[in-house]
Design a binder for this molecule. Structure first.
Ligand SMILES: [Zn+2]
Length: 262
C-alpha cells in the first residue's frame, strides 16, 4: 500500500494546490496553499492535520497563503521553500537532494529547479509523485522568468530522470492550450493529437470539469515538446540547431510566438 494519499484542490482561476496525507499518521503537507479556506476544508474532509507547507516558488499565487495558513493552523511548524527564493514564512530553505518526512512514512526529496524563479523547487514524494509547480506543466513548461534555457533544460532532465510511472502534479491547469501548441510543434505526432482531444473532453476542474492531473513521466516524454527536445520532430521545428539548451529556447520562443497568434 502507498504510504501517502494525494488530494488535488483547485484554487483561483487555474491553480492547483495539493494535500499530501501520510496514511498512517494522517499528518499532511499542503503544497502551494494560496486558498487557505479550501485547503483547510480538504484537510477536515480527509481527517488530516496539516503540519507542513511545501512551497514550489515565491509567486503570490503559490506562496501568497503561507503566512495566513500558519496563523490559522497551529499544528503547522514547518514551511519549506527553495534556497534563495525568499518564500514567505519559510522556516526550512532546501536545495537539491535534501530529504525529509511527512508523518512517519512519507519521504520527500527536493529537486532544485531554478529558472521560473531563482529558487524554484520540485518535490519528489514517496518515490511515486512529483510536484512540479510552474516548472513542468502537462505538455508544457513555465516561463523562464529569472533563468536561462540551460537551467530549464537541466530542470527538465532532473524531472524526466524519475521513474516513468511517477505521477506528475502540476501548478496550473493549462493542458488543453499546451496540447494545442504541442500539435502545432509536432504536427505528425498522433499521440499528441489524441492527448489534445482527451484534454478538451476532460475540461477544467475549476469550471466543473474533471481536469487533467495527474500526468506521468512517461506521458510527458510522449506529449510535452519541452521534454522532447532530443526528438527528430522537435528538432525539425527548431531548425538546424545542435545545442540542447538552444532547442529549449526555440521551443519556448515558438510557444510564445504561437500564443500571440492564437
Ligand atoms: Zn509562477
Amino acid at each position: 500500500m502507498a504510504n501517502c494519499t494525494v488530494i488535488p484542490v483547485p484554487a483561483l482561476s487555474d491553480n492547483y494546490m495539493y494535500l499530501i496525507v501520510d496514511n498512517e499518521t494522517k499528518q499532511a503537507a499542503a503544497v502551494d496553499p494560496v486558498d487557505i479556506d479550501a485547503i483547510q476544508k480538504a484537510a477536515v474532509d480527509n481527517g488530516a492535520t496539516i503540519n507542513t507547507i511545501l512551497t514550489t516558488h515565491n509567486h503570490w499565487d503559490h506562496s501568497g497563503g503561507n503566512l495566513k495558513l500558519v496563523k490559522a493552523v497551529s499544528s503547522i511548524d514547518r514551511v519549506y521553500g527553495g534556497i534563495g527564493d525568499d518564500v514567505p514564512g519559510c522556516t526550512h530553505e532546501v536545495g537539491d537532494g535534501d530529504t525529509f518526512k511527512i508523518g512517519t512514512n512519507t519521504t520527500v526529496k527536493v529537486l532544485f529547479t531554478p529558472c521560473h524563479t531563482q529558487g524554484h523547487v520540485c518535490y519528489h514524494v514517496d518515490d511515486a509523485h512529483v510536484f512540479t509547480g510552474d516548472t513542468m506543466f502537462v505538455s508544457g513548461a513555465g516561463n523562464f522568468n529569472t533563468g536561462t534555457p540551460a537551467q530549464m533544460t537541466e530542470a527538465f532532465d532532473k524531472i524526466l530522470g524519475l521513474p516513468e510511472s511517477t505521477n506528475v502534479w502540476v501548478g496550473h491547469e493549462y493542458t488543453a492550450k499546451n496540447c494545442a501548441f504541442a500539435c502545432f510543434c509536432e504536427p505528425n505526432n498522433e499521440e499528441i493529437k489524441m492527448r489534445l482531444e482527451w484534454a478538451k473532453g476532460q475540461g477544467s476542474i475549476h469550471s466543473g470539469g474533471k481536469g487533467t492531473i495527474p500526468s506521468t513521466i512517461a506521458m510527458e516524454k510522449a506529449c510535452n515538446p519541452f521534454a522532447r527536445i532530443d526528438h527528430l520532430s522537435v528538432m525539425d521545428f527548431c531548425g538546424p540547431c545542435d545545442d540542447r539548451s538552444d532547442r529549449m529556447r526555440l521551443v519556448r520562443k515558438g510557444k510564445d510566438d504561437w500564443g500571440k497568434m492564437a
